[in-house]
Write a protein that binds this ligand. Sequence first.
Ligand code: BGP
Length: 487
Amino acid sequence: MSKTQVFPEHFLWGGAIAANQAEGAFDADGKGLSTADMVPYYKKKDYANLSALMHVSSETIAEAMKTKTAVGYPKRYGIDFYHHYREDIALFAEMGFKTFRLSINWSRIFPNGDDHEPNEAGLQFYDNVFDELRKYGIEPLVTLSHYEMPMTLVLNYGGWANRKVISFFVKYAETVMNRYQDKVKYWLTFNEINTTIIEPFTGGGIVGDKEVNLLQASYQALHHQFVASSLVTKRAREINPVFQIGCMLARMIHYPATSSPEDVQQAQFDNQMNLLHTDVQARGSYPPIIKRYFEEHQIHIVKETEDDQILKKNTVDFISFSYYTSLVSTTTPEKYGSTGGNLYSTVKNPNLKVTEWGWQLDPIGLRTVLKELYDRYQLPLFVVENGLGAKDTIEEDGSIIDDYRIDYFRQHIGQLKEAILDGVEVMGYTSWGAIDIISASTSEMSKRYGFIYVDQDDEGHGTLNRKKKKSFDWYKKVIATNGEDLA
Ligand code: BGP
């Protein structure tokens, strides 16, 4: 290592996608319908109320279950990664990716979730993808659950609120971990597991209008996911001790709106309720604060006697998280305006600019989050989502000059570097949306994240042709210099 090298020798540079936002082929080769296939494209959008955009009611589900085509359901067609993966992976390899984060779509492997046997065609697809990645020496980073729960488990069992789903998930995880044990080393259990509380249908297959007490059902579902995640961690170590298992949190760091003790206390509480998830998965037990919160909200978690031991004995090897923006806490929200921010709204931070989608731009927040997570858990960290959703335009000469995206990454990778200099152990960095894909919250295509442009509009029209943006070569250079040259 030369004296100036800040990033570790084998730092895992790369990019990320999710099956439901990229693959398409929603009903191909035996795949069943997943929760993501229920989400229609809403023409009218309130960006300050993201969960409404992801919200799915019983009526929406009934309509979607009757609809046999992909028209109007962007997550059913994605960017057709299912048929383009060789071309796309070749582009990732051209950028020099060391790793590529993707999810396995649970409903491609067990179409109904409770099937006795897995769907061989689904298993074969991911064999092909992993073989393609390894052809270029790209290490897969696999998310087992990224908002792709089989709909049968929602309709017939009530989603994750039903404890039976634990066994179905463990069986799915065992199947793929056994199948790909020589091709995949890095595994994440639940993407942004805190989504189960923020958007219960997306995160936990809970249909809001079917639940008498949605908060109770959501925390019960979350408990089952914690147990499932721990059982999968246990099985992973039995299957192949080489495996590295990580949890995955949407780290929503909250700043106090003012130095008033009330605002500081509110921010501390909001941060504790977010870090609750990594507390359980990295420390092995619920934090003390949860007892009062559950009592005050009449939440009673039904546990089996062995649950606490399962959580305690099977904690993760590393902590991964998404970081896009920082949020603000206050006891007097009416004093401030509100804006969006990955998954839910927040009050405006007057010190920060916002993206076209109202997400606050806070690169320094990434350093703050990295230092705080490392202080709290002393486990290796992995930034598995960070990126800028923006409108890209194609110039006369066909080029796409996304300097704004380069700037976003330059600043955030710069703060990642600061955190490493601060002594934080970071395994890797996978930018969100290695390639333009369907937006999770809005189902838009126009909210573009990729280094690679995909010709498709919000209504699903386009050639699907891929085209390098200016940021493609910039990121290629960052990786080639192991993070030294961010110019
Ligand atoms: C996270 C999801 C990703 C990704 C990202 C960007 O919540 O884990 O799937 O979509 O958000 O959000 P969006 O696509 O809504 O802009």
